[in-house]
Design a protein around this ligand. Sequence first.
Ligand code: HEC
Length: 127
Amino acid sequence: MNGIILFALSALFAISSAMATTGPSEPGLDRGRSIYEQRCLECHGAEGRGDGMKAPFLSPRPGNLVSAATSAKSDKDLLKIIANGRPHTAMPAWKDHLSEEDQRAVLQYVRSLIRFTRPLTPPPPAP
Ligand code: HEC
């Protein structure tokens, strides 16, 4: 009897620790991804490089969101652009379409694209 309970407990423990090791769950990231795919991908491209389906027809071209120039900008600056758009470009203002929370989630997703992109310049040769 005791053995069964112990077995059940250890099975439960194994399952929960397996779930814990699949990486931190970032609900904002999933949300950000679906918003990005619905709203941003057509211009900024699947990897954020500014090569979406509509990009060839736009002038100026959509920003390369994984560029060093964009990566270096603060969350505050990027959120401002996302909320208000970029005047004289195709970049729309999202503040009437996305809640502040959604704007943050989509920025979080954009930032995650940067992490998974290989650096453009090769590392310097070893001395
Ligand atoms: C209709 C096309 C289009 C869509 C849709 C679009 N963008 Fe843009 N985006 C642009 C263009 C064009 C620029 C301006 C590039 C420039 O300034 O030269 C831009 C610029 C930006 C910048 C500024 C980059 C920088 O370094 O200053 C951010 C951040 C950005 N977009 C995020 C988003 C996000 C997030 C979404 C989805 C919610 C989105 N964009 C949807 C076209 C688009």
